[in-house]
Design a binder for this molecule. Structure first.
Ligand SMILES: Cc1cc2nc3c(=O)[nH]c(=O)nc-3n(C[C@H](O)[C@H](O)[C@H](O)COP(=O)(O)OP(=O)(O)OC[C@H]3O[C@@H](n4cnc5c(N)ncnc54)[C@H](O)[C@@H]3O)c2cc1C
Length: 380
């Protein structure tokens, strides 16, 4: 028999995974989203996302990713959907930008994550798609790969509904005391989990806005060369290229090669902007491709995404009770790296929401401070 009535607000990866894990613990959960889950404005909706344990010196997230990987594979087996492809991830360590990469190999040794350290010559021999004459070395994590992001959200939602969870359309707002409201009335439930991604800042102007920043990221997908499979996930890994402010994913199920060149502090109006790519981004991506992936030079852009991340000062997630409302748990704080952690994040947030344990210090709202790139799990 259900013990609590629970509401989860937001059906991105954070909300849907939390709702699934609460429902599977025997609660009756209603998941509310203002748009159709999987919609293009959510940070979780794109063809793909990288899953890699590489987190600098941060053992916590390194272990979480390893656990998440197992859980994604279990969900894949349970659902029969292709959620994860293990194409590996290559981290390019550029001269002068190696702190995070150096720290990562120490953490991998401690935690027991399989990896290889390649010289530029070895990278060239193994993955000739990359031109790497400016790197010092590369780390290759063979058990990393990509998640089919949109499919992951829809599959988790399907499992949630199959477990008896209810999905509802609605826009949750907050009053002057930051109490969650629906249709002009306070939202009623034993436990309310708020997982609205970047919208958390505008919903909680006193509690979350001061510890967060929202940034737009432009992502372009470039066609693979006619007649060549060299840039498909079967032959090429995901990659992180901090020295160039970039990361990317090989072509997966015909997506084209995703090369993201992050232009820092790109503003985005998450409610009103057209989600169209900016010209500056196209020029930067082409320049990057010429530099790093010359075999793609001249290929056409076939798809694009303009999406947001909400960043906390230390890039740690948020899983904490609202300081004034004892049944309202805030869950998210994406910081550009939450997707891969989805199953473990949802399981953890569900346990906190249901009072099984307290949250981790790093996820508390109070006491946030900026970390150096060496300490930061994302290397930023
Ligand atoms: C370009 C880009 C690349 C990324 N790459 C990676 C990667 O490679 N690996 C990785 O692990 N992570 C990556 N991330 C980060 C990851 O995608 C995000 O951290 C994650 O998707 C955030 O999920 P979320 O559920 O918190 O937010 P969202 O996915 O944005 O979901 C929030 C949901 O809440 C709903 N909502 C909002 N307000 C309300 C309201 N008032 N009432 C009801 N519903 C509401 C929205 O409609 C939405 O569906 C990337 C992010 C971006 C933008």
């Amino acid at each position: 028999m259900a013990r609590n009535t629970c509401v989860v607000v937001g059906a991105g990866i954070a909300g849907v995974m939390t709702a699934l894990h609460m429902q599977r613990r025997g609660e009756q959960v209603t998941l509310i989203d203002r748009w159709e889950p999987g919609h293009a404005r959510a940070a979780s909706s794109d063809h793909n996302r990288v899953i890699r344990a590489i987190s600098g010196r941060d053992e916590f997230y390194t272990r979480w990713v390893r656990q998440s990987r197992d859980m994604w594979l279990e969900m894949q087996a349970e659902s029969g959907q292709n959620l994860m492809y293990e194409c590996g991830a290559l981290i390019l360590a550029t001269e002068g930008h190696c702190h995070w990469e150096d720290a990562t190999s120490e953490t991998f040794d401690k935690v027991g994550v399989p990896y290889y350290k390649f010289t530029p010559e070895e990278v060239h021999a193994r993955f000739p798609q990359f031109k790497v004459d400016d790197i010092k070395y590369a780390l290759f994590e063979p058990e990393a790969g990509l998640l089919m992001a949109h499919r992951c959200v829809i599959t988790a939602l399907d499992l949630f509904k199959r477990a008896g969870g209810v999905l509802k359309r609605g826009t949750v707002t907050t009053d002057a005391r930051e109490r969650p409201m629906l249709d002009g009335k306070p939202l009623q439930a034993d436990v309310i989990v708020i997982a609205p991604g970047a919208w958390m800042a505008e919903m909680f102007p006193r509690t979350i806005k001061p510890i967060s920043a929202i940034m737009g990221i432009n992502v372009l997908y470039t066609s693979t060369p006619d007649g060549s499979d060299a840039f498909d996930m079967a032959n090429m890994p995901c990659w992180i290229d901090h020295g160039q402010g970039s990361f990317g994913i090989p072509s997966s199920e015909g997506s084209g090669v995703k090369a993201a060149v992050v232009i820092p502090n790109t503003p985005i109006d998450i409610n009103n902007d057209e989600r169209l790519i900016e010209k500056a981004s196209l020029a930067k991506t082409r320049q990057y491709i010429r530099h790093r992936l010359p075999g793609l030079e001249g290929q056409r852009v076939v798809d694009s995404k303009f999406n947001q991340v909400i960043l906390t000062p230390d890039t740690h997630f948020i899983v904490d009770w609202h300081p004034e409302h004892e049944n309202v748990l805030l869950a998210g704080g994406c910081s550009g790296h939450l997707f891969k952690h989805g199953p473990v994040f949802g399981d953890f947030a569900a346990g906190v929401a249901l009072g099984e344990y307290g949250t981790a210090d790093r996820f508390k709202i109070a006491g946030r401070k900026k970390l150096s790139p060496k300490e930061s799990p994302s290397g930023r």
